[in-house]
Design a protein around this ligand. Sequence first.
Ligand SMILES: *[C@@H]1O[C@H](CO)[C@@H](O)[C@H](O)[C@H]1NC(C)=O
Ligand SMILES: *[C@@H]1O[C@H](CO)[C@@H](O)[C@H](O)[C@H]1NC(C)=O
Ligand SMILES: *[C@@H]1O[C@H](CO)[C@@H](O)[C@H](O)[C@H]1NC(C)=O
Ligand SMILES: *[C@@H]1O[C@H](CO)[C@@H](O)[C@H](O)[C@H]1NC(C)=O
Ligand SMILES: *[C@@H]1O[C@H](CO)[C@@H](O)[C@H](O)[C@H]1NC(C)=O
Ligand SMILES: *[C@@H]1O[C@H](CO)[C@@H](O)[C@H](O)[C@H]1NC(C)=O
Length: 162
Amino acid sequence: MAPSKKTMLFVCLLVATSAMVVPASAQFGLGDLLNFLRIGSIQGILFCSGNGTATVGSNGTIISPPFSNATVQLRCGSGNGTVISTGITSSTGQISIPLNILSFSLSQILSGCRLVVATPLAQCNVTMPSVGTLTSNLIRNGTITIGGINIPILSPIGFTLT
Ligand SMILES: *[C@@H]1O[C@H](CO)[C@@H](O)[C@H](O)[C@H]1NC(C)=O
Ligand SMILES: *[C@@H]1O[C@H](CO)[C@@H](O)[C@H](O)[C@H]1NC(C)=O
Ligand SMILES: *[C@@H]1O[C@H](CO)[C@@H](O)[C@H](O)[C@H]1NC(C)=O
Ligand SMILES: *[C@@H]1O[C@H](CO)[C@@H](O)[C@H](O)[C@H]1NC(C)=O
Ligand SMILES: *[C@@H]1O[C@H](CO)[C@@H](O)[C@H](O)[C@H]1NC(C)=O
Ligand SMILES: *[C@@H]1O[C@H](CO)[C@@H](O)[C@H](O)[C@H]1NC(C)=O
């Protein structure tokens, strides 16, 4: 059966639309796709102090150094929970963990997960406790826009050593 005019028109349209789509998809890169899939981002700063929180001096300046190179895990579920995402703090103590997770919703992460610092505090300062784990629940803390996509930010509510 010879292709009908309708089929030919369809094929022409298909070629025309894919020709239009290709340059657009070249601009919409893998990073954008990951951002699109990203349900959130965990952002915060970890300090080298007894509770991971900034110690502020009498004149208002932060006197605790950052806790750099610490492994920070997002753990979900009861007991020790399951590690579902991990990050390493930067030289300035910055926690930045992208959440490209499809098996958990943001509200499940807020209600059932917490941040756990897997690196003992003693690594940032030998006078700090070598036992115990810094743990914090998470709260919603605004939104950042990456590549035109709004990404919810979660931040630690405040660490405690347990
Ligand atoms: C953290 O500990 C410092 C003292 O080391 C205290 O002043 C501060 O209130 C604590 N912060 C939290 C959130 O517990
Ligand atoms: C604040 O106090 C710290 C020492 O505790 C000192 O190093 C710093 O220079 C002071 N900053 C200001 C602005 O006075
Ligand atoms: C960061 O920590 C890892 C182990 O936790 C260690 O092997 C590495 O040397 C550390 N890097 C720096 C710059 O401290
Ligand atoms: C929880 O983690 C601690 C330290 O890694 C370990 O000793 C303990 O056995 C774990 N508990 C469970 C129930 O897995
Ligand atoms: C380690 O902590 C002690 C007690 O808080 C402090 O005196 C000391 O300056 C800290 N050392 C470093 C390298 O920050
Ligand atoms: C929320 O994010 C801002 C920076 O965007 C930060 O200064 C602030 O400390 C964060 N709040 C918490 C509770 O971490």
